[in-house]
Ligand binder design. Structure first.
Ligand code: 5AD
Ligand code: SF4
Length: 463
């Protein structure tokens, strides 16, 4: 029996990284690693990096500077600390990290997490280890399943990766280079994962992938299944109360997905559908493979299938060559669609992407000013959306005790946090809540009625 070693993972960026961090914990658990919240007492610290945001690699090097001090302190007290860099910066700049940061023992790209134990062993014998290849084996087939305790500790809502990588090559984006070509997992493996999660108390499954609706995994019939069909299959599993998916590309919205929204009550009516810009000229320069009108048409198809559907999106302002007219087209699109939430970013070049070589850059002042105008518009839409919930009764899936004594917090269909005074017994249940007020982005309310609660008997949990 090995003595437990402490593992600390610091994750940046998207939900895929959050999920990957969990899978790294699962991979290292059989090696005797247990998770800790504090880096300075850890035997192994993993920086799970993200390459999307500006100055991503700079941030990694400054974090490594802080870790070097901790590693030295540990060594002085006779304890060995190992440092690993994982995620998309590791993938993009592996060799460079090894060269520039002697503090790093292991560099591991997102396709190689199942090799972490071997990489740590190699670092022990050889000093350092690097793996950023795209191995042909399916890493998911090799990653150990999470333990029951790990699933329970992670709560009511869980991510399941169904697809990874992207073949779209938007000109601003590093994902096709860091995560590689698009790969879909077979349906049967996904179903096994979902069953294990719901057997251990999970009630909400968020199916994730960089381009999730390009999903075409092999079904039990040996044919490729589209995402909508996968959603139908997952929704059949007893215990799955809620189902979500992200991130979708407008081009890959097919009839199966629209039908899933029409037919499956468990599929939440909230879709993250990035558009990036409302200008056709800029969309073409971004190689998005759709126009603003194509996007509007996709939104209409969703709305026809399910009236209560709401959308969120991503926007980039100041893409090279963006004029005031292009930007106005973005504002016009936002005004027309009406979002429940959205993320907006200033364009920043990623080395190695086609847009990084484009000459007509937009000045930082203009970018700041456009970002502010866009964010004011998005905020006003989000506030209006949240305010509209007041006085209505909405279903909330309760997740955990809130910070305020006696309150339990959950989420509405639209991922709005909702707080009620109640006993912790309601955790894991979907219950109707009468919304009474809004505090910043959180809804406050009360459980609708004891009768309504009695009707919605608790789901049996795996406990
Ligand atoms: N500059 C600014 N924003 C970017 N995003 C991706 N790459 C860049 C970049 N180079 C944004 C896109 C994407 C989101 C995850 O991050 O809006 O949808
Ligand atoms: Fe990147 Fe998304 Fe475009 Fe793929 S579809 S290249 S992940 S922005």
């Amino acid at each position: 029996m090995t003595t437990p070693r402490k593992l600390h993972i610091k994750s940046y960026g998207c939900q895929m990284n959050v999920y990957d961090a969990q899978r790294m914990v699962d991979t290292l658990a059989p090696e005797g690693f247990v998770e800790t919240d504090s880096a300075d007492e850890a035997d192994l610290v993993i920086l799970n990096t993200c390459h999307i945001r500006e100055k991503a690699s700079e941030k990694v090097y400054s974090e490594l500077g802080r870790l070097r001090v901790m590693k030295d302190d540990a060594a002085r007290s006779g304890r060995q600390m190992n440092i690993a860099v994982a995620g998309c910066v590791a993938q993009a700049e592996g060799e460079e990290i090894i060269r520039r940061a002697p503090v790093v023992d292991v560099v591991v790209g997102p396709q190689s997490y199942h090799h972490l134990p071997q990489l740590l062993a190699r670092a022990k014998s050889a000093g350092r280890a690097l793996e950023t290849e795209f191995p042909l084996d399916d890493k998911f087939g090799f990653l150990p399943a999470p333990t029951r305790q790990a699933i329970r500790a992670r709560g009511i809502s869980a991510f399941v990766t169904v697809q990874e990588g992207c073949d779209k090559f938007c000109t601003f984006c590093v994902v096709p280079y860091t995560r590689g070509a698009e790969v879909s997992r077979p349906v049967a493996r996904i179903i096994d994962d979902v069953k294990r999660l719901v057997d251990n108390g999970v009630r909400e499954i968020s199916v994730i992938g960089q381009n999730v609706n390009a999903y075409h995994g092999e079904g039990p019939d040996g044919r490729p299944w589209p995402l909508g069909r996968l959603m139908h299959r997952i929704a059949e599993i007893p215990g799955v109360e809620r189902l979500r998916y992200s991130t979708s590309h407008p081009r890959d919205v097919d009839d199966s997905l629209i039908e899933a929204h029409r037919d499956l009550p468990a599929l939440m009516p909230f879709v993250h559908l990035p558009v990036q810009s409302g200008s056709d000229r800029i969309l073409a320069a971004m190689n998005r493979k759709h126009t603003a009108d194509d996007y509007r048409a996709v939104i209409d198809r969703f709305r026809d299938a399910r009236q209560d559907i709401a959308f969120s999106s991503d926007f980039i302002v100041g893409f090279p060559g963006e004029t005031e007219e292009d930007f106005s087209a973005t504002l016009a699109l936002v005004t027309q669609i009406g979002y429940a939430a959205a993320y907006s970013f200033k364009y920043s070049p990623r080395p190695g992407t086609p847009a990084a070589d484009m000459q007509e850059t937009v000045s930082p002042e203009v970018m700041d000013e456009r970002l502010e105008r866009l964010q004011i518009l998005i905020d006003s839409q989000q506030s209006a959306f949240n305010l509209a919930a007041i006085g209505t009764t909405v279903d909330v899936l309760f997740e955990r005790p809130a910070r305020n004594e006696g309150q339990i917090v959950g989420r509405t269909a639209y991922l709005q946090p909702a707080h009620v005074m109640a006993s912790p017994d309601i955790i894991g249940k979907v219950l109707p809540v009468r919304i009474e007020s809004l505090e910043r982005y959180s809804l406050l309310g009360r459980l609708a009625s004891p009768a309504a609660i009695a009707q919605r008997a608790p789901m049996t949990s795996g406990a």
